[in-house]
Ligand binder design. Sequence first.
Ligand code: UD1
Ligand code: MG
Length: 466
Amino acid sequence: MTRKVPMGAAALILAAGEGTRMRSSLPKVAHRILGVPLVRYVLDAAYDAGCGRVVVVTGHGAELVESLLGGETCVRQERQRGTGHAVMCAEAALAGVTGSLVVLSGDAPLLQASTIARLVEARETSGAAAVVLTTSLHDPTGYGRIVRDDAGALSAIVEHRDLGPAQLGIAEVNTGTYCFDAEVLFEHLHRLGTANAQGEYYLTDMIALLRAEGLTIAGIATGEPEETLGVNTRVQLAEAAKVLQRRINREHMLGGVTMTDPDLVWIAPSVGLGRDVVLEPMTTLMGATSVGDGCVLGPDTRVTDSTIAPRATIDSSIVVGAVVGEDACVGPRAYLRPGTVLEAHAKAGTSVEIKNSVIGEGSKVPHLSYIGDAAVGKGVNIGAGTITCNYDGQRKHRTQIGDGAFIGSDTMLVAPVSIGEGAMTGAGSAIAQDVPAGALGIERCDQKNVDGWVAFKKAGQGSDDQ
Ligand code: UD1
Ligand code: MG
């Protein structure tokens, strides 16, 4: 359980950079892990930590990034003139903020809410003007280094390009995550200059500046070192995805979920899983999905934006925007599309596609069928190869099937059409008219049997061969 920061704390997320090394037409923070844009992870961590107010600085691809953030407060940084300049752009949007202001990078999706809370707590208990989240790396190349005075106190951050020869060996780096006293930050922000290797306004220069004013600066270390991995390349994007996968899967396993091979199971952060769920390899659960107790999903299964009730089984199937009832059975190789409701104990079996339809309690669609825009009652059996012909080329039409009906194999149900309670259709029929309750609907040519045909045919072929 994450410890919350006092609700007064605000957060600023810097997300205006282009991300040149992604080699992409998308802005870096719009790239996704498990379906969620990078910047969204940072935003959620800030809210989960208890930050009451969050502002995001956008720039490259601003319209797209802002659309991914819904109604969040965004400010534009038209030209990217450095992290210090990005904070200056947010000054008006943060007017009136007092107390703690957390500054985060939009490209660091692994930072945990508990670490943000720890950072705020460290500042509020020490009364420091700023607290920097630091970590030590075997290879600190590219990072800003933490410079400490003889007493060990944090006195400056020096960017890699601006390091003196004696500072090159410093392993402790700036993670780009800070908590400032908001009033102190904005009081001094405009004193930042651009006298550095990149000619930018560095937020990192605030540390030496505040120290020179006699203010206290503190540093705290990250929990796990990988937490501060910034995504600059697609290689790092995959690395960050792997860390998130492990973190999410571990939580679910500790919560009572069995995974035969957790490396082959991908679960989005928004997915909820009950106890004694079993996830077989190559199972992917995305979006707003919830899975009830005792379900068995996979192998080779993808479930997106769906609700799966307890004890359902889904084998080698795709389920999107659907509701699967208790003890229902899906697959192998079924495709449940948006608007499908499979009620309790129902079955959608082998190579069955269902869209925008309710399949009533205990009803079965076991093999090779397409059911679209249909309301199927309880205890219905739908024979192999049945198709609802729901589309006339211009409009979609509905099919109704009453409780207890029996649809013969290879029935074409030409919608709009209604099959009454307990009615039957003959195998191979194209049913274009309603069938009353209890009746048999059959549409079929009379069968002819030609006696002796097989022998006659064989004899004919035999003479051809010689
Ligand atoms: C920054 C830090 C460095 C730290 C590293 C950790 C500075 C000067 N340096 O370097 O000490 O070790 O992060 O990853 O802060 N951004 C804007 N507007 C800008 C520039 C950047 O919004 O004008 C955003 C970027 O989108 C990104 C974040 O700020 O999300 C950090 O910027 P980036 O260019 O990645 O800084 P680093 O060189 O990594
Ligand atoms: Mg960076």
